[in-house]
Design a binder for this molecule. Structure first.
Ligand code: FMN
Length: 178
């Protein structure tokens, strides 16, 4: 598959088959993230792979946090949409969740965030090429420190997460601006 094809074929996947992903495939996809460009070559990413019970606990943290925010106004104020619950349910269902951490360093905030974007997209495109689906996730952010504590990386900051698995749906392309 060439790059253009992978760009065109990639979709956000929210329904995965219960198929195991081999260690070789996971490592291959992480390696493609690792090869991404980064500002000052800082390579600010750290990956933690979770599955099973820990993955479910992460989803539960998201659901509990959302239900604690009892007014719609509060949720809108912090930009916490009800899609958090939907995302948490996808996390429960997906075979693997890759947590993407970075160092806490405000001097490189913008650059490190941009660099992590390049890294994630590399992984999404490689996953597409290998016949897997991904969901890039920001809805973990409301419980970022709780997740970091849960996996014992509280010295790092959770940036985002990536669900990975074999797709059980084949969505049409989502709309794009001209
Ligand atoms: C930085 C980023 C964060 C995202 N976070 C979420 C998320 O938390 N939950 C979710 O369901 N989708 C999330 N998405 C997926 C977007 O909703 C999706 O990319 C967009 O609707 C376009 O659909 P497509 O990826 O199938 O082209 C995220 C995408 C990006 C790039």
């Amino acid at each position: 598959m060439d790059v253009l094809q992978a760009i065109e074929d990639r979709r956000s996947i929210r329904n995965f088959k219960k198929l195991k992903i081999s260690k070789e495939i996971i490592e291959d996809i992480l390696n493609c993230g690792r090869l991404a460009p980064s500002a000052k070559n800082r390579q600010p990413w750290y990956f933690v792979i979770v599955q099973g019970n820990i993955k479910s606990q992460i989803a539960d943290l998201m659901i509990e946090d959302f239900s604690k925010r009892n007014s719609k106004e509060e949720r809108i104020k912090i930009g916490c949409p009800s899609s958090v619950i939907a995302t948490a349910n996808v996390i429960k269902q997906a075979p693997i969740l890759i947590l993407v951490f970075k160092e806490k360093n405000d001097n490189w905030l913008v650059e490190d965030n941009l660099s992590i974007g390049t890294c994630i997209e590399n992984m999404c495109l490689r996953a597409t090429e290998l016949g897997l689906g991904t969901l890039w996730i920001r809805d973990t952010r409301y419980v970022a420190s709780e997740i970091a504590n849960l996996v014992h990386y509280s010295d790092l900051e959770l940036n985002c997460a990536l669900d990975l698995g074999y797709a059980n749906q084949f969505p049409n392309p989502r709309p794009r601006k001209n």
